[in-house]
Design a binder for this molecule. Structure first.
Ligand code: COA
Length: 227
């Protein structure tokens, strides 16, 4: 409740709400996204990283690179969340990676690649990652360029870049309402390995974990898939 007085948090939530509303329209927003606020379900996907992804075409000539500190002000400005530039810089210092896509020198796409254990505020849990595993989150394409294949195109290049860096497994979680992101993961043949989330209504949060998402019971979760 106190967070309602946190203006940065509140404005980021309003921005996210407007973004979703514009993308999905009022009917889906009220029918699918609002009920989700009381029943937060996330689908977990995972897959081995290899070097044989088929080439994908993209109607925009996007150039990709891993971000450095100088790019993070632009990333922060586009980020739907309320992370500050210094928090994003700390992510890079901690060894996480930010993969970016540029169109005529304009940042049009990014996603974060977490390379070690991290706290997932939206699930109130710390996700354990094995060595060589990455967890990809906060994928974002500029609203006016969505549906043009940018996330799919850069997703392939990201997997190739991660393969070259020696990473072996790619995991992510997708909100149950987010069909665009689900389609994106399925495009890469990612396997749905489990579900997690909570029901948040009157009696407080009741967590539910399914499939190969293991709750350790001490605030940590793990995606248990064979190496
Ligand atoms: C999810 C997101 C990153 C996809 O980016 P994008 O560059 O538009 O994705 P692509 O154009 O590469 O599309 C990938 C697939 O998703 C599908 N897709 C894109 N937008 C969609 C939508 N609104 N509804 C359903 N499917 C959609 C595409 O059809 C495509 O599949 P197809 O080629 O088989 O048709 C973008 O919609 C976005 O930034 N959303 C807001 C932030 C978000 O929800 N991030 C994910 C949570 S971390």
């Amino acid at each position: 409740m106190m967070r309602l007085f946190d203006t940065a948090w509140l404005s980021s939530k309003i921005r996210i709400g407007i973004d979703i509303w514009r993308q999905l329209g009022g009917k889906t927003f009220f029918g699918r996204v609002l009920p989700w606020l009381f029943c937060r379900r996330y689908y977990f996907y995972s897959q081995p990283i290899h070097s044989t992804w088929p080439a994908l075409s993209c109607s925009c000539p996007v150039v990709v690179k891993f971000a450095d500190d100088n790019d993070l002000a632009l990333v922060a400005a586009l980020s739907p969340g309320d992370a500050t530039v210094s928090e994003l810089k700390k992510r890079l210092r901690d060894g996480h990676l930010c993969f970016t896509g540029w169109l005529n020198d304009k940042l049009v796409h990014f996603r974060w690649i977490f390379t070690r254990c991290l706290y997932l505020p939206y699930l109130h849990r710390t996700l354990l990652l094995s060595s060589f595993e990455v967890y990809v989150d906060e994928t974002y394409t500029l609203p006016e360029l969505r549906g043009r294949g940018i996330a799919a195109y850069t997703g392939r290049l990201l997997r190739l870049a991660l393969f070259e860096r020696g990473f072996k497994r790619y995991s992510c979680a997708v909100a149950s309402w987010n069909k665009a992101q689900q389609k994106l993961t399925e495009k890469f043949g990612m396997e749905k390995v489990g579900e997690g989330g909570f029901i948040d209504f009157l009696l407080g949060k009741r967590f539910i974990w399914k499939g190969r998402v293991k709750d350790h019971g001490d605030g940590r979760i793990e995606i248990c898939v064979p190496e």
